[in-house]
Structure formats: C-alpha cells, structure tokens
Design a protein around this ligand. Sequence first.
Ligand code: COA
Length: 217
Amino acid sequence: MSLRHQLSNGLTVLSTNASHAGQLEELQELVFPNLSEAERFRAAHYCKHIELFPEGQFVVVDGDRVVGMTTTLLLPFDPSHPDHTFEEVIEGGWLTSHDPAAKWMYGADVGTHPEYRRRGIARSLYAARHDTVRRLGLRGQVTVGMLNGYGAVADRMTIDQYFEEVRAGERVDPTISAQLRVGFELGPLVKNYLSDPTCGNAGAMIVLPAEKDVPFE
Ligand SMILES: CC(C)(COP(=O)(O)OP(=O)(O)OC[C@H]1O[C@@H](n2cnc3c(N)ncnc32)[C@H](O)[C@@H]1OP(=O)(O)O)[C@@H](O)C(=O)NCCC(=O)NCCS
C-alpha cells in the first residue's frame, strides 16, 4: 500500500517510487556532504530499496521537487547491544541485511533539503515510518542519530563530553535534539559508527517505541 499524505504547508509525504531515484541521489550529496562515497546511496540503490521494502521508503515533495527523504529496513535489532556500524547495516548501500521477519524498523537515514529545514519535514517522515511500524506490528523504530554539532566544538571537547552535555540537556545538537523532539528516547553513544568528521564518526542510539504516538504535524 503506498502512502500519500498532504501536509498543511502544501508539501506532500509520499512512498518513494523509482521516478524519485535521480533526485534522491542529488539530495544525498547535499544533505550528507561529508560521508564517504561507500556510505552514500545512489539512484540504483534507491531502486533496490523500493524492491526490498517499499513500505519503509518515503519522500516529501514540493510539487515535483524532492525536498525530504528517508530510507529504512527491518532488522532483528537488540537495543541492549548497541555496537555496530553503518556499513554493516547498509551493505554497500543495497540494504541486503533487510530481514522481512524482523521486528524493528531501522532508520538508515533521514534528510531535509537545507532550504526546507524547520518546516516539519523530518517529523512527517518519522510519522510515515511510524505508520508502517504499526501496520506491520513492529516493536518500533531504532537508529543511530549523528551527533552533527560536534564538529564545531571538536577542538574543545571529546565526543564523550559532547554526548554527555546533549544527554543532560545542556547542549542542543542539530540532529539529535530534533529527533528527541519527535519522541525518540536517547540510548548510548555508538563510537566509530560511520566516517564523518562532522559528528566525530559517532552517533547516539535512539529508539521510538511503537506505543508512542507520532503525529504527522
Ligand atoms: C535533522 C534534520 C533531518 C531535521 O529536519 P527538519 O525537516 O528540519 O526537522 P523538522 O522541521 O521536522 O523538526 C522536527 C523537530 O525538531 C526540531 N528541530 C529541527 N531542527 C533543529 C535544530 N537544528 N535544533 C534544534 N531543534 C531542531 C524542530 O523544532 C521540531 O520540533 P518541534 O516540532 O517540537 O518544534 C535536518 O536538519 C537534516 O537533514 N540534517 C542533516 C542530515 C542529518 O543529520 N540527518 C539525520 C542523520 S541521523
């Protein structure tokens, strides 16, 4: 079943289809400029994701323009064993670790075009994902959020100190704080999760249980 949800700001949340793949490749480069090539999705990867798990792929469009995106897969994730890497999850971008019988929706990424931020796009993408979580009877959403504000202060503190300040609510991180606003619960720091100096190569595990409500706006 494909999703189409109109937002009050005129934007639309849609299930991703193959016609979005080219724009998604471009949006990846804009949203994740520092990720290594091996960690970035290309058009062919998107076509594979749609084939593997169509219920977990969403875009937000402004007319025909793709301005928001998210990619997910199902994994038998154990939140009490957080250590893993992004590369292990995405399998060269193809998501072949997707397990249709697994009970957790794993968020491989979410991104909003820089000109469209703070208009509720990420919130609506997480809501679309949650719709699938509930329809498929999953336990919830899990992911490792990038600590994207760390790069700006990396000369002054370690990633552990930065994470502790975000956890204590003493520091706002542009990515993790947004995810917490949507309802994610903060888990442990996951070091060497991916290779991006902007976030000290680290992320924070975050979980959004199926029981929590995630409205589109
Ligand atoms: C993180 C990101 C996806 C947020 O997208 P967005 O569409 O701007 O987010 P939304 O407008 O839906 O905001 C959701 C909530 O987070 C808050 N928020 C968004 N950006 C924030 C920021 N920079 N600092 C603090 N809070 C923020 C919003 O206020 C909103 O909460 P509210 O509704 O209670 O006010 C976007 O900044 C992005 O693409 N960043 C780069 C890529 C990235 O880090 N992706 C995630 C990888 S794990």
